[in-house]
Write a protein that binds this ligand. Structure first.
Ligand code: DGY
Length: 424
């Protein structure tokens, strides 16, 4: 049974493999996505080490000079996706978008290094990636934390990966739609429109893209010029964890400056995360930098914070919150509190379960010793696969598969769960 599931996951990943990068799924997402690739590399590392390294190397081959690593790399022309390179207009030889995504790569590369059988290749490849990943982290703290708070902001919901989370609703009211180009969405031709963001959200996504393009994608300006500036606890936790993993890796490679600076970023970030804690919700919350207020909404972004080494009593409280949510759903972890009036079991990041989020939460809780909840998350994840295959996301109520099918990172996470080591 286990081996059969691993084989099916591997076949799904091979199907989406385009040689030096993978697409998240055929049709809906026909290019390389940043955090998809970093998480997919973990899956590859269990059956094709060389291919795992290549996935991350391809991503970093398209890093910008300022250190930013884009959220999509448009390796080949495909009309089936909107917004394509012409809308982004970043002027790169191989076109990319001009925004970024969660910084998973530092975590993944350390895992690849730890797991490698071919030690010489791992050392060579990790050594080459190390300064590039570090430059990305430096870019984050320079461009997205100009006041040195220890936490970075996202300037577009697509950066978080949690595109239409309820977390962004209030801030999105401030994003205008006047002057948005007429456009035709393509996502709703590949997936059920009821499972996708709304038209009103898309207009604001595109307004922001046009706004940043009007500033020539100059990252020294974009943060302050964006009407959408949110500090997302999940996004920051991933970056903090990546910094501390990179510190470990750098120490092993004798790169002491990178190790020290990465460690300092991680420690400062963990301390600053305290400002996002909500006793009332039993979780971390987003912070809106424009209004200087916490966003009092219970989404999985505040639970994903457990991927970083948060204090033990916070991890305990997050585990209790997840257990409470678990009484209302059949499958953990819904992306929005199932008791919240905004919960929608099928619509993208407003309720459905995502295996990548499950993986990172379970990993963090397990490290914090919260194994009971971590074990349930893993068990629920595997039950979803048995019920509904390798979908993009799932209803937490009845496992209805949503969005795209044959999904690369879902398959990669299944391989991770089934080859799980403790304390990895
Ligand atoms: C999409 O097109 O839905 C993506 O999530 C943007 O990254």
């Amino acid at each position: 049974m286990t081996q059969d599931m691993i084989d099916r996951a591997e076949a799904t990943m091979r199907k989406n493999d385009r040689g030096h990068y993978t697409v998240p799924t055929h049709g809906l997402y026909p290019f390389q996505w940043n955090w998809d690739s970093a998480l997919s590399a973990l899956g590859f590392s269990r059956f094709d080490e060389d291919r795992a390294w290549t996935e991350v190397e391809t991503l970093f081959a398209h890093q910008w000079d300022d250190g930013m690593v884009p959220h999509i790399i448009f390796h080949q022309h495909d009309d089936g996706y909107f917004p394509g390179p012409d809308v982004w207009g970043t002027g790169r030889e191989v076109p990319t978008t001009g925004i970024t995504q969660p910084a998973v790569a530092g975590y993944s590369v350390h895992q690849l290094y730890r797991r490698a059988q071919d030690r010489d290749a791992a050392e060579r490849r990790a050594r080459a990636l190390l300064p590039k990943i570090h430059a990305w982290h430096e870019w984050f703290y320079r461009a997205r934390d100009p006041e040195g708070t220890g936490l970075v902001a996202i300037i577009h919901p697509w950066e978080s990966g949690r595109d239409n989370s309820v977390d962004w609703d209030a801030a999105f009211e401030r994003v205008p739609t006047e002057g948005v180009m007429p456009f035709k969405r393509r996502d709703t031709q590949h997936a059920n429109p009821e499972h996708r963001p709304t038209q009103a959200q898309y207009e604001r996504y595109i307004w922001l893209v046009q706004h940043f393009r009007g500033l020539d994608w100059d990252n020294s300006k974009l943060h302050d010029a964006s009407p959408f500036r949110i500090v997302d606890p999940g996004f920051n936790a991933i970056l903090i964890r990546a910094c501390s993993e990179l510190a470990d890796l750098a120490r092993q490679l004798g790169e002491n400056d990178i190790a020290a600076q990465s460690q300092a970023y991680a420690e400062r970030g963990i301390a600053a995360m305290e400002s996002l804690w909500s006793d009332k919700r039993g979780q971390y919350l987003c912070f809106d930098r424009v209004t200087a207020e916490l966003v009092d909404n219970p989404s999985s972004g505040g639970l994903l914070a457990s991927f970083a080494a948060i204090p033990a009593h916070r991890a305990r409280a997050v585990a209790e919150t997840i257990a409470r949510w678990g009484e209302k759903v059949t499958y953990l972890v819904p992306s929005q509190d199932p008791e919240s009036p905004d919960f929608d079991s099928l619509r993208y990041w407003r309720g459905p379960v995502w295996l990548v989020v499950n993986y990172m939460i379970a990993n963090g809780l397990e490290r914090a010793g919260e194994t009971k909840v971590a074990d349930r998350i893993v068990a629920d994840s595997l039950r979803l696969i048995e019920e509904s295959g390798f979908a993009e996301y799932y209803s937490p109520l009845d496992a209805e598969p949503c969005g795209g099918g044959s999904f690369t990172w879902t398959a990669a996470m299944v391989i991770e769960f089934l080859t799980r080591e403790t304390q990895s």
